[in-house]
Ligand binder design. Structure first.
Ligand code: TXE
Length: 480
């Protein structure tokens, strides 16, 4: 059993109230540790530490900030195995995935923003004929709040923290209570890298207690949040009357649109990944697959055959493709959606059942599941399941598939498979999404804007967008 503590002002602390919650291992369903359920008092202590660190950190040279961020990145890389094991144990994801995606990406986030801040520039406007010049200052906000989810724990936690710190802010952060471990380990790394005390504070606990205390705090100037749409909407209601800056990256129900003229084999390989990577628990997964009618039968046959070969197993086995879902309640939610689909006349083409992994019978395992639907309007096609479940259905025309692609409340990402350039341009322009991938999926360049439209959120992360979010623009006008 291990005990996770809050990281406040560079030190590790028990929660003031001595209130704890259990930490579960999804691979075997056992409690393997406890984490603080931090109260308002802990958040206040974190705030005070952050506020005290701000005057000095905001005046620290960009070179020095950059050096420290890059050092954090290097230390994460040096501890790759340890971090990957911790992430896999906490989340249930295959350790092989954590080693090549989650942890390297967390390191890249620090390296990227460590470099980006040295290139972040603002505008100057010469007011010709008025003997004046205007320039823009981009100043850090002060103390900001970062709240992250459980699906890509360290990856998404650092995606927020790195730009916040790089821009000169001090942070009160909360990882998901379901997957707190790697954020906890990060505290020690920050100390080793020489990050000054109080620049980053990590408080653990439930959304309704610790998270709520962060979003309600009157002096926390901005909230960067990734998580469910319902939670995002609640955060907006609480934070908006206090005029906090908000960046909300929420759910998705992303279309994967496959035309007959695509590179078939590449599409098939990638579609397996875009459907089931991380047990389908990525907001960018393509959970609604639309296939042009002329290749539908072939696709259905090949896709089922490939998915049946995926191995559901213990996350630490090197050949495991699908690990455990993150929690018992999440597993139950996903199973319930499969039942709803059946009631709505969906046909389960493969999967649909829990898996009992030998020796780990109480783990939260589920077969990768393909459901054929005859209408795009059923609940399984409209609501975010966030598990290893995709729907497939044929389409006849570009107009028809565009309409179906856009007829959901979400608008995070979309994938299009075609070799027709004009069609690519038409669809990319008209699809309601923040990110469109053509002939690929999840290819990321950290300079690009990242975020969604409609119920998938507001604001953009990534590159200079993130640095703009974490700074306030101030215009200075000088008459000479
Ligand atoms: O997320 P929550 P949940 C979707 C997915 C999933 C659903 C619910 O469909 O099934 O959301 O998941 C914190 N004030 N996504 O309930 O609650 C919480 O502690 C402040 C999509 O697990 O949104 C955690 O740190 N914070 C998604 C974070 O919010 C609060 C990733 C996210 O948890 C809070 C995860 C409050 N009142 C789930 N309540 C994506 N977009 O990638 C909760 N939190």
């Amino acid at each position: 059993m291990h005990t996770i503590q809050n990281y406040i002002n560079g030190n590790f602390h028990d929660p003031v109230s001595n209130d704890w919650i259990d930490n579960y291992c999804p691979a075997n369903g056992e409690i393997y540790g406890k984490i603080p359920n931090s109260s308002k008092d802990d958040v206040e202590n974190a705030y005070i530490a952050a506020q005290s660190a701000f005057p000095s950190w905001s005046q620290t040279t960009l070179e020095e900030r950059s050096r420290i961020l890059i050092k954090i990145s290097e230390l994460i890389e040096e501890n790759l195995q340890r971090f990957a094991e911790a992430e896999s144990k906490d989340n249930g994801k295959p350790i092989s995935l954590a080693k090549v995606v989650d942890i390297p990406r967390a390191a890249s986030n620090f390296r990227f923003f460590g470099n980006a801040i040295t290139q972040f520039a603002s505008e100057s406007h010469e007011s010709i004929g008025q003997d004046a010049v205007n320039y823009t200052l981009r100043q850090p906000l002060g103390v900001v709040g970062c709240i992250s989810p459980w699906n890509l724990p360290l990856y998404l936690f650092t995606w927020k923290i790195a730009p916040a710190i790089a821009a000169g802010n001090c942070v009160v952060s909360k990882p998901s209570e379901i997957t707190p471990m790697t954020a906890y380990l990060l505290g020690d790394i920050c100390n080793q890298a020489g990050l000054p005390k109080g620049v980053l504070n990590i408080v653990h606990g439930l959304g309704s207690t610790t998270g709520q205390a962060i979003i309600e705090h009157p002096d926390i100037k901005a909230i960067s949040f990734t998580g469910g749409t319902t939670t995002g909407s609640h955060i907006a209601k609480v934070a908006a009357p206090m005029f906090k800056k908000l960046s909300l990256e929420l759910g998705g129900k992303n279309p994967n649109i496959i035309f007959a003229d695509c590179d078939y084999n590449e599409m098939l390989e990638t579609t397996v990944l875009s459907s089931f990577s991380n047990q389908g628990q990525i907001c960018l997964c393509g959970s609604r697959i639309f296939v042009e009618a002329s290749i539908y039968k072939q696709f259905k046959q090949d896709f089922i055959a490939k998915v049946k070969r995926l191995k559901v197993g213990h996350p630490s086995e090197p050949d495991t493709n699908i690990g455990a879902l993150v929690s018992k309640s999440h597993l139950e939610k996903v199973i319930q959606y499969i039942e709803i689909a059946k009631q709505e006349n969906g046909t389960v083409l493969c999967g649909g059942h829990e898996v009992s992994v030998k020796g780990f019978e109480n783990g939260y395992y589920l077969e990768p599941t393909i459901i054929e639907v005859s209408t795009d309007e059923c609940r399984i096609n409209q609501e975010e399941v966030f598990g290893p479940v995709v729907t497939i259905m044929p389409f006849n025309t570009e107009d028809n598939v565009l309409q179906m692609a856009n007829k959901v409340k979400y608008g995070l990402s979309a994938t299009i498979w075609t070799n027709d350039l004009k069609r690519t341009m038409r669809l990319s322009n008209q699809i309601q999404a923040g990110i469109v991938w053509v002939n690929t999926w999840m290819m990321r360049d950290l300079r690009t804007p990242f975020g969604g439209v409609k119920a998938s959120g507001v604001g953009r992360e990534g590159g200079f967008e993130a640095l703009r979010f974490f700074t306030e623009a101030k215009n200075v006008c000088i008459k000479y």
